[in-house]
Design a protein around this ligand. Structure first.
Ligand SMILES: [Fe+2]
Length: 236
């Protein structure tokens, strides 16, 4: 799949919306987000609060860090295309920015979610390996819908809404939390009641995309998640 989509130029309102989202969320995350996320966010030169970032620059920065890149997509894409991109170390992002009155609610992810939420963890070597392997396994399971659903649950409860343990404490991590002011507050209030990661536990827990989360999982160790995912796949 090639990328025929180009990133538009943005107007002042859109740059201002980005800055408001970035600053408000960075502030909120200061004592709640995992270092795994926050240190990578703060270290990025291509994504700052000042203006809507350019996808090509973020892609180049990711490439230097972990060999990942970004691909512009018009919106949600078929799951097989998504797995293919991940397997080739490419993450997809939309380029539209929510309207000012949509600061707190979105029906579909915009560029703030796709980049502010998802890009910083891809600067981490372990997470980068996890995401690529996840894509490879997804591709191998093409057509096995019952198994793909289980993989999607892993993505949901780890990549989108996971907590990770750092220095013995549960810290918020998933992109769905990182990119949402309301979700961060909600998730943080439930942090004393997290479910400990087991692959079985995650893969047997359904999720809904239309309601706020009622429970979150705590991941202690990313290499361990990779190991268990590989073991699950090789035993199918
Ligand atoms: Fe996402």
């Amino acid at each position: 799949m090639n990328a025929p989509f180009l990133q538009p130029k943005y107007n002042l309102t859109q740059h201002d919306t980005w800055e408001r989202l970035y600053c408000r969320q960075r502030d909120m995350l200061d004592d709640k987000a995992a270092k795994l996320y926050l240190e990578n966010l703060d270290g990025m030169e291509s994504m700052t609060e000042s203006s809507v970032p350019r996808v090509s620059k973020m892609s180049a920065e990711l490439k230097r860090a972990t060999g990942w890149g970004l691909e512009i997509v018009p919106g949600l894409i078929p799951v097989d295309d998504f797995f293919f991109l991940l397997a080739s170390r490419r993450f997809c992002t939309s380029t539209w920015i929510r309207r000012p009155e949509q600061l707190d609610y979105l029906e579909e992810p915009d560029m703030f979610h796709d980049t502010f939420g998802h890009v910083p963890p891809l600067m981490n070597a372990d997470f980068a390996v996890f995401m690529q392997r996840f894509g490879e396994i997804g591709m191998a399971l093409q057509g096995r819908d019952d198994l793909v659903v289980k993989l999607q649950r892993l993505y949901w409860f780890f990549v989108e809404f996971g907590f990770v343990e750092e220095d013995g404490l549960p810290m918020a991590f998933g992109a769905g939390i990182m990119s949402s002011y309301g979700e961060t507050q909600h998730a943080w209030n439930l942090r004393s009641d997290l479910r400990k990661f087991t692959l079985d536990g995650i893969m047997s827990t359904p999720f809904t995309t239309t309601e706020i989360q009622t429970g979150y999982f705590l991941i202690e160790n990313i290499p361990e998640v990779i190991r268990e995912m590989n073991e699950w796949f090789s035993n199918l």
